[in-house]
Each structure stands twice: as C-alpha cells, then as structure tokens.
Design a protein around this ligand. Structure first.
Ligand SMILES: Cc1cc2nc3c(=O)[nH]c(=O)nc-3n(C[C@H](O)[C@H](O)[C@H](O)COP(=O)(O)O)c2cc1C
Length: 456
C-alpha cells in the first residue's frame, strides 16, 4: 500500500504485522479504549460530534449525529445494538477488505469504544461472505482481543461488557443497504425495509441500532486519541479526516491510498496513481463507486471532498475512484453498469425491478446499433421514473450514473444510433475499467442467469 502524506488508520501498517495484538499494542493499540473507558459515554458521543466524521460507507451522514438519535441507555426499553457494515459490495470498492486484512484490531477497538459510548453490549459485524480470508483474520484477532480482556465481560477491567459477533453474508449487493442488511442479519431474505422508523429507533430485532461502515468505526480510536476537535482539523470544511480511496481502472498504480479529504482528484490519479497507462488520454472518472454520476476529464481538478463532489453533481460515495481512458465506449460502460444493477435488484420495488431491465434492453439496442432516434430520451425517461421512487437507493444507483453518461457523452450515444453501431469497434475496451465491476459481479453471480426479455 502506498502512503499518502497523513495516515491514521493505516499508519504503521506497512512496517508491522498489525493483525497480531502485540504489534498493535506496540504502536498504541487499545490505548484509546482505555482512555474512552475513563470518560462518560455521553462525552464520547460529543467527541464524535466534534470530529465531524461522516460515514465512509456511501451516504456520508455524520456518525456523531446518527449516534445521538439513539435513545439514551438509561431511557432505552430494549437493548441497543451496534452493527458494522462490512458487506463492501459497491463495485470498485476494496478498502474495508484491506482495513480488516491489515488492521483488524482497529475495527475491534472502534467497535468496543462505540458500544460503550452508545450503551450497547453487542456489536454485529456483517461481513461480506466472499471475504473468507478477512473473516479468518477478524476471527483470530477477535479471539486474541477476547483473551486479552478487551472484548467480553468487564472490558479492560471496567464495568462495561461487549460481545462481538461476526456474521457472514451470502453474497448479495442489496445486503449492503442498511435495512436489507438488518433483515439478512435476522435470518430473513435481504430486502429493504421502509423508513421511518430509522434503525436508530427500530433496527435489528426491532431494537435501537447504530449502523456504520467498517472504515467509520475503525477510525473511532484515532478520534479518541486525537480528540474530536483535532481530528476535525484534518481534511477540509465539512469533510474532516482521512479516507481510504480505492483507485482502480485505467491507471498505472491502482490500490488503496489513505489521504486527507480535500486531496485533488488529479493528484490521486497522476501523482499517486502514476497516471494513465500506455500513453492514453483520460476520458472520465467515477469518483465514488459505480453508483455515482461520472466526472468528465476536465473536472479532475476538483478536491476529493463531499461538498466539491456535490457541486459537480456527484458523490464521494464509497471512496472508489475508477479511472476511464479514451478507449472506453460510454454506451458499453452504461450497459455493463446497468446489467450489474439489474442482476442485483432485489425485486421488491417495481421501478427498480422493471426499470433496470428496461435500461439494459435499450442500452443493448444502442450498443448493437439497433436503437432508433427517440430511444435515448426513452432511456432518460426510464432513469427518471426510477429515481426517488423506490424504498432504497439501489434503483437510483443504476439510474444516476447512466443518466450522467448520457448527459456528459451524449454525442457518443447519438453516434451509436446514427452509425448503426459502436463507433469504437474493435478498438473499444472496458478491460481495466470494468475489472472491479466484473470481479464483484462474478463473486455475486447466482447459479441462475436472469433472462432479459425483449419488449416489442
Ligand atoms: C444498494 C446499497 C448498497 C450498499 N452497500 C454498502 C456496503 O457494502 N457497505 C457500506 O458500508 N454501506 C453500504 N451502503 C450504505 C448503507 O446503507 C449505510 O448508509 C452505511 O452502512 C452507513 O454507514 P456509514 O454512515 O458509516 O457510512 C449501501 C447502500 C445501498 C443503497
């Protein structure tokens, strides 16, 4: 893993085997837990609020605010739970895997501190089923932490008690969505629940539940060590701290890079990532996983922070930056992305279930040169009818990026109609770009292929 200028989470991860408890302790591991146990639980939530840390899973909601929506432990009528979202299913994203692989104790320590802060005695880690190596690493680290008294009854000799349960998922993208995750955790089919009630009021087993991403929770020990106000000084306004960006696609040095928020996208691609291979030109960048609208090449000077991305009509999402060079056909890209969401739609909401199929069908016709004038607008119309009309944002995650490809590369889409096929011909390649999507899809592929019915 390459280093950014300031690292918190992955600091020391290159020099030491931090999967071992003794090594983690040697660099100050579990000191934050001891510090936290000397504080009032409410004061820890205050530190999280002061840190301004925003969720690293996708939506970027401030962690401290979410924690403050939970009932106070002395007023709760049911047990409070922490659930860590380790499903990591967004195509292009592979950072949680690396965090669990290299600093499993940071996640465990963060989970114990968070449980103590919110008055929870149980934390579930909902772990992507395909991450078997990470499961074994997490399990071994948890065993060590239990033996050392950091997890279990009387945590580090205090009155707090925390149990951590690792629950493996069975490989469905939808189970990364927080309410579908809760259903799955309860042993049911993974489909989203309607909100409200939000999980903070009624989550797992209808009890108050805080759900946060692996990276969010694993950062908690750093926030306690630095203090919320100091942590908030890292990064830029409204985007505090560091983030692990997963860089992939047509770039020389893909990988995970922990950087301060606000680092220019150009610097990640060119200085850190080594630029575009084979002397090709940059065409576009997906800045936050396959679900988010694309940026054109002339937008790469933007800083990687929540507000800058929002100003450009996109999102930082899961922190997965996918670089696209000039060989990629944006219709093929749209088709490949839409196929993923069609396959992963859980089917509960009609606009998503049917709409993603319509999208695939029109995009196929476009790519094969069978589309007629008007079908481009039909595609946008389908996207529009999905957007905001489902219980969860999975449908939006298909509609938003594809609509953005058409908006920013409309002439390319138009040429497919006018020239009766793909203008890139044999030159076209999604090879590097779609590797993360293909990889995720291959992992998630069920035994049954979903047929796409052609509508007359
Ligand atoms: C279809 C879909 C898939 C998602 N997949 C993930 C995932 O794999 N990991 C994750 O942390 N969040 C995922 N999310 C976001 C979660 O619903 C939720 O916002 C997040 O776990 C909250 O944690 P955070 O506040 O720390 O980001 C997904 C959301 C949707 C709509």
């Amino acid at each position: 893993m390459a280093k950014g200028p300031r690292q918190l989470l992955l600091e020391h991860a290159d020099e030491r085997d931090l999967t071992k408890l003794s090594e983690y302790e040697a660099v100050g591991g579990y000191e934050s837990l001891r510090k936290a146990l000397d504080m009032e639980p409410g004061a820890i939530v205050e530190e999280l609020l002061a840190s301004n840390i925003r969720g690293r899973g996708g939506a970027g909601f401030p962690m401290g605010r979410k924690a403050s929506f939970l009932p106070k432990p002395d007023q709760a009528t049911k047990p409070i739970y922490l659930t860590v979202n380790a499903d990591e299913s967004e195509p292009g994203t592979f950072k949680d895997r690396e965090i669990m692989f290299r600093v499993p104790h940071a996640l465990i320590e963060g989970a114990v501190i968070t449980c103590y802060a919110i008055g929870a005695e149980t934390a579930f880690i909902y772990l992507r089923g395909e991450y078997y190596t990470e499961f074994e690493i997490m399990r071994a680290a948890l065993e060590e932490a239990q033996k050392a008294g950091y997890v279990g009854a009387a945590v580090a000799g205090s009155g707090a008690s925390v149990t951590i349960v690792i629950h493996r998922g069975a490989g469905a993208y939808i189970c990364g969505e927080e309410t579908a995750l809760l259903e799955s955790l309860e042993g049911k089919r993974g489909q989203p629940r309607s909100k409200p009630p939000f999980p903070a009021i009624s989550g797992v087993y209808a009890s108050p539940t805080l759900i946060n991403n692996v990276e969010t929770v694993a950062t908690v020990p750093d926030i306690i060590e630095l203090g919320g106000a100091e942590y908030a000084k890292l990064g830029v306004e409204n985007s505090a701290g560091t983030r692990v960006f997963s860089l992939s696609g047509n770039v020389v040095r893909g990988g995970n890079y922990e950087l301060e928020l606000g680092t220019p996208l150009r610097s990640l691609i060119y200085d850190i990532g080594g630029g575009i291979p084979d002397g090709r030109e940059l065409k576009a960048v997906i800045p936050g996983g396959s679900s988010v609208p694309v940026l054109a090449a002339n937008e790469v000077d933007a800083p990687l922070d929540f507000d800058s991305m929002a100003n450009l009509g996109t999102f930082l999402g899961s922190g997965a930056v996918i670089v696209i060079d000039d060989r990629a056909c944006m219709v093929q890209l749209g088709l490949r992305v839409a196929q993923f969401y069609m396959h992963e739609s859980c089917g509960k909401c009609t606009p998503c279930r049917e709409g993603t199929r319509w999208m695939v069908q029109i995009l196929k016709k476009l790519e094969e040169g069978r589309a007629e004038q008007g079908e481009l607008d039909l595609l946008l119309n389908v996207c529009d009818r999905i957007l905001g009309n489902c219980l969860c944002p999975l449908g939006d995650a298909a509609a938003m990026p594809v609509a953005s490809y058409v908006a920013k590369f409309r002439d390319e889409y138009q040429r497919h109609i006018e020239e009766g096929g793909c203008p890139f011909g044999a030159e076209s390649s999604l090879a590097g770009v779609m590797a993360p999507v293909d990889q995720h899809h291959a992992h998630m592929r069920s035994q049954i292929e979903v047929p796409v019915h052609e509508f007359a």
